[in-house]
Design a protein around this ligand. Sequence first.
Ligand code: SAH
Length: 225
Amino acid sequence: MRDTPEAWESRRRRMLTQDLQGRDIEDPRVLKVLGELPREEFVPRLERPAAYADRALRLGRGQTISQPYVVAFMTQALQVEEGMRVLEIGTGSGYQTAVLALLGAEVFSMEVEEDLSLVAEQTLDRLGLGERVTLRVDDGGLGWPEEAPFPRIIVTAASPRPPPALLDQLAPGGRMVLPVGEREGGQTLCLVEKPLVPRPGEAAVSLTPLLKVMFVPLRGKAGYV
Ligand code: SAH
């Protein structure tokens, strides 16, 4: 199949029906955004033919762009509302960033690899999403204290436990979705919820396991030693 706009469109449709709706992605807003966003724009040339494949793709520098299903699953679990401020750790290609921006979020996204952040910035600008996104090259494990608190936080690199700085920067009533577990061999995608009003004698946050996943490790202070 040639890389015509129609060919990309048909691959995107197949991803939507087979890999997302065919599993448990039901949120109509998430399906709409993933059904419209050109994933091929975020994928390096060598991986482009596989842009809509049901797997993670290489981004260079040992990093990956997550499998479409995992992006959809995390976004659905995050429950982003229009106008919400969202902190994202691990900009990577900017694909997840774009999904959040298209859902109407004001996205603050951090990445340690400057090259990746620069490419993501160009892609987001080219697609007209630059205005809704602020990028920063820094250790996301420490969060973005100047902009905190955030009602939503999403982390797309694995850490041994939820980074304490991110727990601090999560707003009361907020949700954070992140992979937690071992560096090698997979992790568990978890939902962290912070109650609106802390109850005496109860933990400050609750943690719900959602899905087995395999992410690249978070580097820096909150990563693996
Ligand atoms: N969400 C991305 C995929 C990210 S892969 C996408 O849709 O393409 C994980 C990313 O986290 C990598 O780009 C990696 O460089 C970045 N990363 C790793 N440790 C980090 C840290 N401490 N702070 C910010 N980004 C980090």
